[in-house]
Design a protein around this ligand. Sequence first.
Ligand SMILES: C[S@@+](CC[C@H](N)C(=O)[O-])C[C@H]1O[C@@H](n2cnc3c(N)ncnc32)[C@H](O)[C@@H]1O
Length: 412
Amino acid sequence: MPFSRTAINEEQAHFSNVIQTFRQYAAYSLSANNRRRKDFFTLPRADQELLHSLRYKEKLAEVDRAILANAEFLNQIVVDPEIFGHELEGIDDPGVNDVPGDTQGPFHSHSHDHTHGPHSHSHDAPTRASQGHAGPEKKGRYRPTDFDMDKLRSTLKQFVRDWSEEGRAEREVCYAPMREALLQHFSDIPPAERHNLRVLVPGAGLGRLAWDIANLGFACQGNEFSHYMLLASFFILNRTDSVNQHTIYPYVHSFSNLPNNAAMLRPITIPDITPSSLPQGSNFSLVAGDFEEIYGADDDADEPHSGQWDAVLTCFFIDTAKNIVNYLRVIHRILAPGGVWINLGPLLWHFENNTTNDPSIELTLEEVKALARKIGFDISNERTIDTTYTNNAQSMLGYVYHAAFWTAKKII
Ligand SMILES: C[S@@+](CC[C@H](N)C(=O)[O-])C[C@H]1O[C@@H](n2cnc3c(N)ncnc32)[C@H](O)[C@@H]1O
């Protein structure tokens, strides 16, 4: 389906805004930390001295340093955004908006990183109109919103989930059962022939599950539409040469629910494996764009999808649907006869109560499964898997999803 000029322009503007968000991370985050410094100086002298004895100001300085380290990492991700093929008019040069040491920043933020369970796992649509106050401060310069920065901070946490040793426990709770169910479904296929089986992972995030599947020898394609995820996954997959090459500080943006300073300031190194270490001849790709638009469109002659996929793996994905009926129809239609859909996730309907006038159909788990059966799936291997999602394992607050797992075979 050809896109209108307006849609292309909106997409490019959104991409530019995402790049600006990466580049203004330092100024924005240092400014938020500086608010704490200012608050400190509003206190009575005696209170300041008590906090001084707890080394509170030193802690703020350490947070500044961690933010600058994060900024260095994030700037590497967007050093060369032209490779993504978007026109980038009005984007400042790398580094121009990063003002290391400028704790004032261009604006002051009162962003708190309270990811209160609901919606904490939801990466948003590549919304053209971000929420909150946004817009050009001056011509060509976008001023990221709290909403934009929240997505960037979530991207840092997503690196932990997908590409760190620290994230292994959380990700294995989710990805191991999915890999096992896939291997089980195709247990009669010798490993050397797995490359003939095509597996799709929609909503691939930073790509680890898709990478794991390709590492098992399957032909695997991830699909993702968030520019934050796409920029970050491109970087980790294509621009990283060694284990633990990068150090990030994903937990320095909130001072709440911390048992001690280390819970906030501990460094996380990534990646835990070299992404380029896939076996010779592996077939692994990531496709950018909306799942329904790409895989639900009437088949184009070059890239047909109907009946072309042997497996679809959805992890924390189906609740991103506006219309779950269409999601399930697309999954069913693109599967080959006898193909398998493996799902794990909660039902945190992403568009529930949206402010963008998008439709949103919200079903219970029972209803989703009844719908899947009506569409033509035979569901088996059902269970509940308790799991966190991009959780700070050392926080005093943690949300556990009672996520639904199943294997569903296409029967009609
Ligand atoms: C909650 S995250 C899960 C990421 C990954 N599967 C994981 O388990 O870590 C959902 C992902 O789906 C992506 N997504 C949501 N709607 C999408 C759509 N219509 N097409 C492609 N990707 C989408 C989001 O950008 C986000 O990265």
